[in-house]
Design a protein around this ligand. Structure first.
Ligand code: SER
Length: 298
């Protein structure tokens, strides 16, 4: 979506891992390590970078399994990116999450501004990112922008160690074995969003004129569903789908501490945010996209 907007050659993707061939074919792709400041600086200088979109982070479940690494990537990595943004006058987008809230936050809905005492290292690092970015905006005028994403549902990427992963895995299981074992209780409601809405929200927010922004960190919402509700919707297409429940205590505890719904009225008012995918559209699109990926692999 960024490439459509800015031109293929003007958007550089990066990772520390080799990407699949289609990523190399789709435009510039480079090695970048958020823990290597010189490497980042070289990329910024050599390519005259103006916007930095910083996605590197360990998600909630993997973060709990390796707190030291999560601290390094999510906090030290962020500090590198903030320093570089200040040094090179970059504009900076950093995603935050439903995980930035905790058991003492209002859950239904969670507003933009409220108590945030998350119980995961992932959540703590994201609150830190929100606060550091906003602080540097107030102190030095850094153009910092942050959206709190719901659980993001995408057919193209494998689940990445988060609490909301089941909502991606269930589509792959429905189309392969026809059986999904869910690690959350059937009635666990969480905010979710289709990747298409997530990309569009990000680009629209990056484009919003500064004078329209009353905040630097906004919730964005699309829908909220439970494992049972998404299963019922999938069964309208694949009636044979069987779902069993075997709650995992780590993931269930995390999910129970997160909001069940986001209040995104500030994003709607300030820069016109509006989602397009509801549960029905999300399910049809995911089933088609997963089938297409499987056909491509074969
Ligand atoms: N998808 C993330 C996770 O489950 C939440 O932002 O950790």
């Amino acid at each position: 979506m960024c490439r459509k907007q800015y031109g293929t050659e003007n958007v550089i993707l990066s990772d520390i891992k080799k990407a699949p061939p289609e990523v190399y074919r789709s435009g510039p792709f480079v090695y970048a390590d958020v823990l290597d400041y010189k490497n980042l600086r070289e990329l910024v200088v050599n390519n005259r970078i103006t916007w930095l979109v910083h996605y590197s982070a360990l998600l909630s479940v993997v973060g709990e399994a390796n707190v030291a690494l999560a601290r390094k990537i999510n906090i030290t990595g962020l500090h590198n990116v903030l320093d570089l943004a200040l040094e090179s006058c970059l504009r900076l987008f950093v995603p935050s999450t439903i995980g930035a809230f905790g058991p003492s936050s209002p859950r239904d809905p969670a507003p933009d501004l409220c108590v945030q005492r998350p119980h995961t290292i992932y959540g703590v690092s994201k609150v830190h990112a929100e606060l550091m970015g906003e602080y540097l905006h107030h102190k030095y005028g850094l153009d910092f922008r942050c959206l709190r994403y719901p659980g993001i549902i995408s057919a193209n990427t494998q689940p990445g160690g988060g609490t909301t992963d089941y909502a991606v895995q269930i589509f792959h299981d429905a189309l392969s074995t026809g059986h999904h074992e869910c690690y959350l209780r059937a009635d666990t409601r969480l905010p979710m969003m289709h990747i298409g809405d997530c990309h569009r929200a990000t680009v629209e927010f990056m484009h919003a004129p500064e004078c329209q922004l009353s905040l630097r960190t906004y919730n964005i919402a699309a829908m909220s569903f439970t494992p049972e509700e998404v299963s019922t919707e999938i069964r309208k297409h694949l009636p044979h789908l069987k779902v069993t429940y075997n709650p995992d205590s780590v993931r269930q505890t995390i999910a129970d501490s997160w909001p069940v719904r986001f209040d995104d009225s500030n994003a709607q008012r300030d820069w016109g945010w509006k989602s397009t995918y509801g549960l029905e559209e999300l399910v049809s699109d995911m089933l088609i996209s997963v089938v297409l990926i499987v056909i491509e692999i074969i």
